[in-house]
Design a protein around this ligand. Structure first.
Ligand code: ARG
Length: 591
């Protein structure tokens, strides 16, 4: 479906042309003076320079052509030229109603499939195995999931990859600590040739305790650290027992990670990790050497990636350490090798903490320079800011430790539960379930309503409030609509059979807001900006609630008018639900 702005622009553009001006000047935009008009056209101002004429004169000529059109009255309610040359526009209610009726016919409410859908791979989540998910991983999961859903909604093929941190020293540390504790296990016996046990020699809670213990010990005990580095090297060189341990670590960890991500309603198509890149490293390194991109510097293997236009120093990209070990850059580059080979994506989008920006500049440049990624594939880094506590410092537990994601979710759900039972009497079990659904909206909306690149303050009180720019407020609005629609149904009405109609001044602002839907969604994806979807539904919810407070809906006596209201409710609900789906949460039946 065409954007409503394009539909309104068409007669304006033709009028500009008929008056002897460039048609492109006739583009209409949303009004920046909603007190005066709904849309406006500023083309006369741009045309003034081009045609050396006063903008007011141009606007008046265009207005005349516009008024002379046979379809003028179908679209425009009011057109006026104001100094210095703006064309202010109000459109007919029936015109908007017709547009909305068209939206209702479509599954995606007027969002059209792109002419050339893209295949986009999103790298998000990025948890590290054997470490519990903590709040530092929350933003990547929330933002990445939302972009995945948004991309799919607007018609692209989107593949989500979790890109586990499962390579490098952390693995060596776990292996070393395990060896200290249980040296008798067959994994450590190099002469062992039999099959390894199916069952992992640890549980998830043991694993989560082993890693921090090992990490702390390696900082004090040099020899221990040496052993861990040696184990890392042996693992990377393919030592059988260690590979088997890695698989155990992955199994146990991934099961737990999946459970955690499920609580966030976040899911991945691919559960690949850094370790999956390992088989591609030798050939990649050989290619970089042979083609002369990589050279030795202080024993390490590096590729220069600085460019003349750089304003700050971009150090060379490290490919191998002097001991031959792979680095974070190495696995990211080799990951691109298999991503290109297996998926040929049009774009690879990384949703990662913005403090890793330099790393991605190096990786992207190196991948392009060495031909791993060709010109047809876009590489995008979406760096997000830090989630801070109310003191403005990175979010911590009350004791000052890193907060586990689970505890954060539990805390929010508890607060939500308290509010729900305080609000009205409900069944305890139902209230618990509702608290989970609403709690998720509080967390996700609290995050997504901020521009991703900015830091934000995680404020439980504000995020869980039923009022203001919050997830629960949006859900409250949806629940309100559902309840009116249920009452309508109980009274024998068929909401889906109701036709959209112009409801006059009471419905106009809500209708105009609804009509923006396709434009907002496409633009939000274009700019990778879920916060624009949030801003939109906040406005929409406000317009709906305003309408609700001003209007008798079910009590309206004129049946046709009442049906028009119901149709409007049906559409508002569909638009809001499509948006929250894209943001990654859903609405309960009651709250
Ligand atoms: N595991 C990393 C971390 O915790 C994030 C991974 C981001 N993705 C990537 N391809 N490097 O910092």
């Amino acid at each position: 479906m065409r954007k409503i702005l394009d539909v309104i622009s068409e007669p304006l553009m033709e009028a500009f042309q008929e008056a002897g001006y460039d048609a492109a000047l006739g583009k209409a935009v949303l009004s920046n003076r909603p007190d005066l008009c709904e849309y406006q056209c500023n083309g006369s101002m741009a045309g003034a320079k081009q045609y050396r004429k006063a903008p007011f004169v141009i606007a008046a000529e265009v207005e005349e052509k516009l008024r002379a059109r046979a379809d003028f009255g179908d679209v425009f309610e009011e057109v006026s030229v104001v100094k210095p040359g703006f064309i202010n526009i109000k459109v007919k209610g029936v015109f908007v109603a017709k547009y909305l009726a068209g939206m209702m016919e479509e599954e995606k409410l007027g969002v059209e499939k792109p002419a050339a859908p893209k295949r986009i791979l999103i790298d998000y989540g990025g948890p590290n195995v054997a470490k519990p998910l903590h709040v530092g991983h929350l933003r990547s999961a929330i933002i990445g999931e939302s972009l995945k859903r948004l991309g799919r909604f607007v018609g692209h093929e989107v593949i989500g990859d979790v890109h586990l941190g499962d390579w490098g020293l952390q693995m060596g540390l776990i292996i070393t600590e395990l060896r200290e504790r249980k040296p008798e296990l067959p994994y450590f016996d190099e002469s062992y040739e039999g099959a390894y046990p199916e069952e992992a020699p640890f549980t998830i809670s043991e694993l989560e305790e082993i890693y921090p213990t090992a990490s702390a010990r390696s900082k004090e005990d040099e020899a221990y650290k040496e052993r861990a580095m040696e184990a890392t090297g042996e693992l990377q060189r393919g030592r059988r027992g260690y590979q088997a341990l890695l698989r155990h670590i992955l199994d146990v960890s991934v099961t737990d990670l999946k459970r955690n991500y499920q609580r966030l309603d976040v899911s991945f198509d691919l559960w690949k990790g850094e370790s999956d890149a390992d088989p591609y490293i030798p050939d990649m390194v050989r290619m970089m050497r042979e083609k002369g991109y990589a050279y030795e510097s202080d024993g390490a293997l590096v590729v220069d990636v600085k460019e003349e236009s750089d304003t700050k120093e971009i150090p060379p990209c490290m490919i191998l350490k002097s001991d031959g070990a792979a680095l974070y850059t190495t696995t990211d580059l080799a990951t691109l090798v298999w991503r290109m080979k297996d998926y040929h994506p049009d774009e690879v989008l990384y949703v990662v903490d913005k403090r890793q920006e330099l790393h991605f500049i190096q990786v992207f440049r190196c991948a392009r320079k060495t031909g791993i990624v060709g010109e047809d594939t876009k590489l995008t880094f979406l760096g997000f800011g830090t989630m801070n506590g109310r003191d403005g410092k990175p979010f911590k537990t009350r004791e000052g430790g890193v907060m586990r994601l689970e505890s954060l979710i539990d805390g929010i759900n508890e607060e939500m539960y308290r509010k729900i039972v305080e609000n009205h009497e409900t069944d305890k079990e139902e209230a618990r379930q509702t608290a989970q659904v609403v709690g998720l909206s509080a967390i996700k909306y609290g995050d997504l309503s901020n521009q991703a690149s900015k830091d934000y303050i995680f404020d439980t009180d504000r995020f869980t409030s039923f009022e203001g720019n919050t997830g629960p407020y949006i859900l409250y609005t949806i629940v309100r609509i559902k309840s009116i629609l249920n009452r309508y149904k109980d009274g024998g009405g068929d909401a889906d059979a109701c036709g959209m109609r112009d409801g006059g001044a009471a419905t106009k602002p809500l209708m105009l807001e609804l009509a923006r839907f396709n434009e907002v969604m496409e633009n939000a994806f274009e700019e990778k900006a879920p916060h624009k979807v949030c801003a939109y539904i906040y406005n929409l919810a406000n317009e709906f609630n305003h309408f609700y407070h001003e209007t008798k809906i079910l009590g309206e006596e004129d049946p046709q008018k009442r049906e028009g209201y119901i149709a409007l409710l049906v559409l508002t609900r569909r638009v809001l639900e499509s948006c929250i789906h894209v943001l990654g949460f859903s609405a309960p039946e009651r709250m």
